[in-house]
Design a protein around this ligand. Structure first.
Ligand code: N2P
Length: 357
C-alpha cells in the first residue's frame, strides 16, 4: 500500500513538472491566451460581422474593447491591466510606443496579405519597413458642414469657423492633437509646432471660438450632424463620409491653410498573450474582400489597394476621401513630439475644454 502511495505521489509530481514545462513552452511561443484574442480599437471602427466571421473561421473567441483617443489607449496599455493582443494607434503614437518598447515585431511570413496594401502606405517614417505595424485606415481632418442649414456660407479656411453667425453651431472632435493642431494651422503655424509662444497664441485663439462651440464629443458627433442638431463639425474624414452617405446636403473640405493627414495602423502590444492569433487576425483584416467589406461599413479610407475593386466605385473616386498624392503631400502628419510636448498639448486641450464649457 505504501508503495502505491509513493507511486501515486511521484506520478503527480512528474505530471505537474510536465504541465509546467508545456505551459512555459507555450508562453514563450505566445500561446498563453488560449483561444481568446483581445482587441483594442477605436469606437465605430470595424464591421462587427467580420468579428463573427473570424471567430467562425478560426474558432478563436474575440474580446473587443474600444477607446476614443490615442492618449486613452496608451494609458491603458501602459497600465497593463488588460492583456491586449491587438491595438490600432495612429502614427505618432506608434512611434512613441516603439520608442518605449511597448510593441512586438511582426512576423511578416504570417502576413502574406500585406501584399494587398498600396505601397504609398508602407514603410512610412513612424515605422520603417513596417516592423511593428500594418496599415488599417487613413484619412484627414477637415470641416464638415450642412449646406441646407447654412445656405449662404462657404468653408475654405479654418478661420471660417470663427464667423459670429455660427454661434453654438460647431461640434469639435474630442482630440488634443486635432484641436490644438487646428488652432496652430489657423494661425499659419505647423500642427507639430512646439514653440510655447505659438502654442499659447493657438490656445488663446481657440478660447475665442468658445461661443460657437456646441459640443466637443467623440463618436456621437455623427448623430448630431445627421439629426441636424449642428450645422458644422470638425471631424476625421471617415466620419464625414459616413454622414454624407446618409445626407447629401453635407459636404467636407480640407481647409486651405493645411491640415492633418493621419494613418491608423494595427500593432501587437507587448501585453499580448496570443501572438499567433493576433497575426491570424491581422492577416484576415488585410484580405482584399474583408477590407472592402470593412471599408464600406466603416466609411474611412482604406490603404488596401486590392480591396478597391470590390468597393462602390463612387466611394473610391471621391477625392475628398481618397485625395491623390499631390494633395496629401501638402498635409502634415503628426510627429511624435516627445513626452513633454505631448503632455503639454494634452494640458492645453484639457484647459480649453474646461474653460470653454
Ligand atoms: C473612428 C475613429 C477614427 C480614428 N471612430 C481616427 N484616427
Amino acid at each position: 500500500m505504501k508503495q502505491l502511495v509513493r507511486f501515486f505521489i511521484i506520478g503527480m509530481l512528474v505530471s505537474g513538472v510536465l504541465l509546467y514545462l508545456i505551459s512555459s513552452l507555450n508562453q514563450s511561443q505566445g500561446y498563453t491566451g488560449g483561444n481568446t484574442l483581445t482587441i483594442f480599437n477605436w469606437g465605430d471602427y470595424i464591421d462587427e460581422e467580420l468579428i463573427t466571421q473570424f471567430e467562425a473561421e478560426t474558432g478563436i473567441k474575440i474580446v473587443y474593447e474600444t477607446f476614443d483617443s490615442n492618449e486613452a489607449m496608451m494609458t491603458k496599455i501602459e497600465q497593463g491591466g488588460t492583456s491586449y493582443d491587438i491595438a490600432v494607434p495612429s502614427e505618432y503614437m506608434i512611434d512613441k510606443m516603439r520608442q518605449e518598447d511597448l510593441l512586438i515585431p511582426l512576423d511578416h511570413d504570417k502576413l502574406p496579405n500585406l501584399k494587398n496594401i498600396d505601397e504609398r502606405f508602407l514603410d512610412l517614417p513612424f515605422d520603417p519597413d513596417n516592423i511593428y505595424s500594418v496599415p488599417y485606415f487613413w484619412g484627414t481632418v477637415g470641416i464638415t458642414y450642412n449646406a441646407e442649414l447654412l445656405p449662404d456660407k462657404t468653408f475654405t479656411s479654418w478661420n471660417d469657423l470663427w464667423d459670429p453667425d455660427l454661434k453654438n453651431e460647431i461640434i469639435l472632435i474630442d482630440g488634443a492633437r486635432e484641436i490644438i493642431g487646428m488652432g496652430l494651422n489657423s494661425l499659419g503655424y505647423s500642427l507639430n509646432d512646439t514653440n510655447k509662444a505659438h502654442l499659447q497664441e493657438a490656445f488663446d485663439k481657440l478660447g475665442t471660438l468658445t461661443p460657437n462651440i456646441k459640443a466637443i464629443v467623440g463618436d456621437e458627433n455623427k448623430l448630431l450632424m445627421q439629426n441636424n442638431e449642428a450645422a458644422v463639425a470638425v471631424l476625421w474624414s471617415g466620419d464625414a463620409a459616413d454622414i454624407m452617405w446618409e445626407n447629401e446636403a453635407i459636404d467636407y473640405v480640407i481647409p486651405e491653410e493645411g491640415s492633418n493627414l493621419w494613418f491608423d495602423n494595427i500593432v501587437i502590444p507587448k501585453t499580448a498573450k496570443n501572438i499567433e492569433a493576433a497575426h491570424a487576425f491581422i492577416n484576415f483584416m488585410l484580405d482584399a474582400k474583408v477590407a472592402a467589406q470593412n471599408t464600406e461599413y466603416v466609411a474611412y479610407s482604406t490603404p488596401n489597394q486590392a480591396a478597391l475593386q470590390y468597393m462602390d466605385p463612387e466611394m473610391v473616386a471621391d477625392e475628398r476621401f481618397y485625395p491623390p498624392p499631390a494633395l496629401t503631400e501638402k498635409l502634415e502628419v503628426y510627429q511624435n513630439l516627445g513626452k513633454r510636448n505631448l503632455a503639454y498639448y494634452n494640458d492645453l486641450f484639457l484647459a480649453f475644454k474646461m474653460y470653454g464649457k
